[in-house]
Design a protein around this ligand. Structure first.
Ligand code: GAL
Length: 744
């Protein structure tokens, strides 16, 4: 394998920038990448705090292993405008915060060292997309992804693009274009092996190297394993160069699959699949964008395994390679798009946008999980010339994928292959001026204005139409859930609609012009710590019970939380076949599936309505409030049970690290802390101080003194070396809790 070394440690960081610093020791604070220039508080902050310049410096010492190698320094991402100096000389500028950039250090060692200084400007520079207008998210400054030092031969592989034409044919093909980097005349051979998901060699070919790129074809193949969410089989191309300048090797992972949006819905490998998913920002509380591999991978796992989604939209920009690699591995489909939000800038800005299409596609074209490119600025108005350019470039670079471009305006010009639309019509009925009754989704033809069906997907809904905090009143929670269910149902009802991607996975920090005034958009089906709100189970309960039994009563179970009191109608989000409510005196009430309102959902919620309950069953206002049990059955057997307590008290703290394997190998671990009642339910309205202490080689990301909000909080622990980290959580009303995490 190519020698690629992490270069994320031993950076020096300083606020501001002075040209003179590029030539001498920065004398800043020692930091590691990923790094967030300014850790903002959880809420009510001034978001201009990071909109200024910062400096990073790394001195690389010469090593014998560098002899006769090309040295390439690669950054996976830095926000927003990076100027890179080597030994005082400006050698590169990269003005996109979401894509990688690299520079050659080979001849730049002086007296055995090479001083790399990076000026990061977090200013919202109107010449750089997504800036120039207002955006409903934050673009936290810093070198927020990893950096790498690649040691390559003088002739090496620069990039590879793999295509698998006719993946469903009796004979399959794998074709690749390999681009070389060469600092000497190109002469030699390339041996390319095709490896199956288990690493077994399926085919091999050798070609002479003469030019800067070469094309490889494996044709007439049979039985290549297809990539799908159920079976995310990844193949690899292993390339070895033997040249007059030595040897070099490179591996590229790819998948074999056919993804097709049609006027009749979405088809994966020839089978109709209804897409159901959520939008994701790459943001985290306190750390901003700066979380590494583990946290990125975990988000993909949450979407797929906890929320039951089969697609995510990387709103509104190319996201971490760790995240996308994991989407490939676990089988989560992706709609990826270029940076931007409603605003389109001037000529220079538009040129950057076209370049952003190139940067995104060239970085990500081998990900089988990516099934659609978003090549418009999210929710921007039509711009015939700009979007003709972005579409043409996307098709030229990648003839295998369709394009979309996320819009909010109806009847906008369709230059893409797929009409990708944010449909916020549900909620419109609350406007006094609205002419409509409650409508989940508009008819696709009403949206497109076309007299024919075209490939169509709903890329956002709900969000600002119904912001909901995890501890908001129970009736609001039910309405929040109901709105998500209604839209998922409507998307399932119409075969022309490929699917729906809701707004959004979790709450996120934002600018003052959006959100609840606290710099938070409470739009998530999860909190910022990725704790599920009730609406999360609207998605989770659509999965089959074989993968995850879901049983979630949408109630805080109290006599007086709802208007008028009581908990009826009671909604239970579940994929169980039967659900019972058992009340204290041994009486059992059978819930019914709500197929009337949700005829098309795989698993409509179960309901207990007023007419199914007699006054004695749960008692009236002024009478004793009972305990209850919600019991779910799958295939006639009890599969899940939730105990609801009439008299919950603050019983204990719970700490749940999100990695169970030991030792943890891939970085940050998120630990959720919950205040529980005697039955293990989170106390939904409890606020209490929470103090966290850590011993061992790691640190707490963000403050160590916080508040349990709605009975819960979370924290990310970042390892700072191998060993065992012990995290203790203390809160005045509880026994302290401790969890130990072993890092390699
Ligand atoms: C959309 C926008 C998203 C987010 C959402 C909130 O208009 O594309 O970024 O702001 O509204 O509902």
């Amino acid at each position: 394998m190519a020698d690629i070394r992490p270069l994320s440690d031993a950076w020096s960081f300083r606020e501001g920038f002075e040209e003179d610093w590029t030539r001498r020791d920065l004398g800043g604070e020692p930091v590691a990448l990923p790094h967030n220039a300014v850790d903002l508080p959880f809420d009510y902050f001034d978001e201009t705090a990071y909109q200024r310049a910062f400096t990073y410096q790394r001195v690389i010492d010469w090593q014998d292993a560098f002899e006769n190698r090309e040295l390439i320094l690669r950054f996976d991402g830095a926000m927003a405008d990076a100027h890179i100096y080597v030994n005082g000389d400006l050698v590169l500028r990269h003005a996109d915060g979401y894509t990688p950039f690299q520079l050659r250090l080979t001849d730049r060692f002086e007296d055995g060292t090479c001083r790399v200084t990076v000026r990061i400007d977090g200013t919202e520079n109107p010449l750089i997309p997504p800036f120039g207008g207002r955006i409903d998210y934050l673009t936290y400054a810093g070198i927020y992804r990893e950096a790498w030092l690649e040691l390559r031969a003088p002739i090496s592989v620069a990039r590879v693009k793999v295509e698998t034409p006719e993946p469903l044919g009796a004979r399959q093909s794998v074709r690749a274009r390999i681009w070389l980097d060469a600092t000497v005349p190109i002469e030699g051979t390339a041996r390319v092996e095709l490896l199956d998901p288990d690493g077994a060699k399926l085919a091999e070919t050798t070609a002479a190297l003469t030019e800067e790129s070469l094309d490889i074809a494996f044709d007439g193949l049979q039985g290549l394993r297809l990539w799908s969410p159920a079976s995310p089989a990844m193949h690899r191309l292993a390339i070895r160069l033997d040249t007059t300048a030595g040897t070099d090797s490179h591996e590229t992972a790819f998948g074999v699959r056919e993804a097709r949006f049609t006027p009749d819905g979405f088809f994966l490998n020839g089978e109709r699949v209804k897409l159901m998913g959520l939008n994701r920002h790459q943001a985290f509380p306190f750390a901003g964008y700066a979380q590494g591999r583990a946290a990125q991978e975990r988000d993909a796992e949450i979407l797929k395994f906890e929320l039951g989604c089969n697609i995510v939209r990387t709103s509104h920009y190319p996201q971490s390679p760790w995240f996308l690699d994991h989407c490939d591995r676990i089988g989560l489909m992706v709609l990826e798009e270029i940076p931007g939000w409603q605003h389109i800038g001037g000529a220079e800005w538009k040129d950057e946008t076209v370049e952003n299409v190139r940067r995104m596609i060239e970085r990500d074209w081998n990900h089988p999980s990516i099934i659609l490119w978003g090549v418009r600025i999210n929710e921007s108005p039509d711009d015939h010339d700009l979007y003709s350019r972005t579409n043409a470039l996307a098709h030229e670079l990648d003839s295998t994928r369709q394009t979309g471009g996320i819009r909010k305006d109806v009847r906008s010009e369709l230059l893409e292959d797929v009409y990708t639309f944010n449909d916020f019509i549900l909620g419109d009925f609350e406007l006094p001026t609205s002419q409509r009754t409650r409508t989940a989704l508009r008819d696709p033809r009403e949206v497109t204005g076309l007299d024919r069906d075209v490939p169509y997907i709903v890329t956002e809904y709900n969000g600002h139409m119904y912001p909901t905090k995890s501890f908001d009143q129970e009736q609001r929670q039910i309405e929040h859930v109901t709105r998500h269910l209604e839209i998922i149902d409507a998307a399932h009802a119409d075969e022309r609609i490929a699917g729906c991607i809701g707004w959004c996975m979790f709450d996120y920090n934002t600018h003052k012009d959006f959100g609840s005034g606290d710099r938070v958009c409470h739009h998530g089906v999860m909190t910022m710590f990725r704790e599920p709100k009730f609406a999360a189970y609207a998605y989770a309960s659509q999965a089959e019970p074989a993968s995850n039994v879901v049983l979630k009563p949408v109630t805080f179970w109290a006599r007086g939380e709802r208007n008028i009191g009581g908990t009826l109608p009671l909604m239970v989000l579940t994929n169980c076949d039967r659900v019972e409510l058992r009340v204290s005196d041994g009486k059992t009430l059978e819930l019914v599936r709500d197929r009337e309102r949700f005829a098309h959902l795989p698993h409509p919620p179960m309901m207990l309505t007023h007419d199914m309950v007699s006054p004695e069953d749960l008692g009236r206002w002024g009478q004793e409030w009972p305990d209850a049990e919600v019991v779910g059955f799958v295939g006639g057997k009890e599969a899940a049970c939730v105990r609801l307590l009439a008299a919950p008290v603050a019983d204990r703290l719970q700490m749940v690290p999100d990695r169970s394997e030991s030792p943890c190998q891939v970085g940050e671990v998120r630990v959720i802390v919950r205040a529980l009642d005697q039955a293990g339910n989170t106390l939904p309205f409890l606020s209490a101080p929470l103090s966290l202490t850590l011993t061992g080689p790691g640190r707490i990301v963000g403050p160590s003194l916080k508040t349990l909000r709605g009975g819960t909080s979370g924290v990310w622990i970042r390892p700072e070396g191998p060993g065992t980290v012990t995290l203790t959580a203390a809160s005045p009303r509880f026994e302290p809790r401790e969890t130990a995490i072993q890092f390699t």
